[in-house]
Design a protein around this ligand. Structure first.
Ligand code: PEP
Ligand code: MG
Length: 333
């Protein structure tokens, strides 16, 4: 019998879905491999910076990224550039206190305006490690095209530097963005002309669209991934990506939650990245679904007037396709 983690994440009518992992340390890769990951969809680099006395050097970062590439054996490794600010603090970057940190100098904004030297070191490490294999750069918290244009200019300058220094690097490294703000989702058509891929970060997209602090328990009742406004934005991003031949994935927690899988597939998302522990449950659901049924459900959910109604559409389909799988999936087994 084939081990479950080796089974293809394929729907009953033959659509294959890519299932990748979100990881935070090099060690996490072993768990991801055990659960049958097909690559790293999100490597959160901020943990290389937080809780350490020194900022990571270019060489240290190259070592980590190269190990990831080697462990993944040709499967893609998507590295997200520094996403500090918001709820994540880094002593070495001497950040100033802000009244609304989630709306302030977070992630790409911080990298471009307050610590460009640190950002450049990280980009150099990514370009150089990229020479060893399938590594891609992903930019967090993008809200306007100028940010992407500026990063791409910096990357071009760094390539020239590396050429002069005669150091090997990947000249054609792919650059993508996270779609985490409604502004990025609504302008996906324009971003698609500038980047190689999108990864929808639903954790932040929900926070910024519904206007709720994702860590504030008092408003947790509003934190509903099936709010039709969220489904609408996902659809908008997927449509823009397909039209412009840019690939798109979802890497927020929504991608690893069985109850949302029919809707994501039906909306046209065929790449999902999640904590490795969720890979089994998500794979099981996919193997019981038909793409056509998922599409009908997604259309119905999109036209729902509220989050509960949209969620019920998905749950109804799950119950129909396999009550026992649904039960197991919800218990995370
Ligand atoms: C997201 O916002 O969905 C995401 C994956 O990024 P993070 O949770 O690290 O903010
Ligand atoms: Mg995020």
């Amino acid at each position: 019998m084939i081990r479950e983690s080796r089974l293809r994440p394929e729907t009953l009518d033959g659509f294959t879905v890519q299932l990748a992992s979100n990881i935070e340390t090099l060690e996490d890769i072993q768990t991801a491999k055990k659960f049958g990951t097909s690559g790293v969809g999100l490597f959160r680099t901020e943990y290389m910076y937080m809780g350490n006395k020194e900022l990571p050097t270019e060489e240290a970062q190259i070592k980590t990224f190269t190990s990831l590439i080697n462990e993944m054996n040709g499967e893609p490794v998507i590295v997200r550039t520094l996403d500090i600010g918001g709820d994540k603090y880094c002593e070495n970057l001497s950040l100033r206190k802000e009244a609304n940190p989630f709306l302030g100098l977070r992630a790409i904004r911080l990298c471009l305006h307050e610590c460009q030297d640190v950002f450049r070191t990280q980009l150099r490490a990514l370009l150089r490690a990229g020479a060893a294999g399938n590594l891609k750069i992903m930019l967090p918290m993008i809200s306007c095209v100028e940010e992407v244009i500026q990063v791409k200019e910096i990357i071009e300058q760094l390539k020239k530097e590396l050429l002069k220094e005669k150091l090997p690097f990947n000249r054609d490294i792919e650059v993508g963005i996270m779609i985490e703000t409604p502004a990025a989702a609504l302008q996906a058509e324009h971003f698609a002309k500038l980047v190689d891929f999108f990864s929808i970060g639903t954790n932040d997209l929900i926070q910024y669209t519904i206007a709720i602090d994702r860590d504030n328990e008092k408003v947790a009742y509003l934190y509903e991934p099936t709010n039709p406004a969220i489904l609408y934005l996902i659809k908008k991003v997927v449509d823009a990506a397909k039209k412009n031949r840019v690939w798109v994935s979802v890497c927020g927690q929504m991608a690893g939650s069985p109850q949302y899988i029919p809707l994501l597939l039906g909306l046209g998302v065929h790449e999902l990245s999640m904590v490795p522990m969720s890979l089994g449950a998500v794979r099981r659901i996919i193997r019981k679904l038909k793409m056509h049924e998922a599409e009908v459900a997604a259309e119905k959910a999109l036209n729902s007037s509220n989050a509960r109604e949209a969620l019920n559409v998905s749950l109804e389909l799950l119950k129909k396709i396999s009550p026992e799988v649904t039960d197991l999936a919800f218990r995370g087994l």
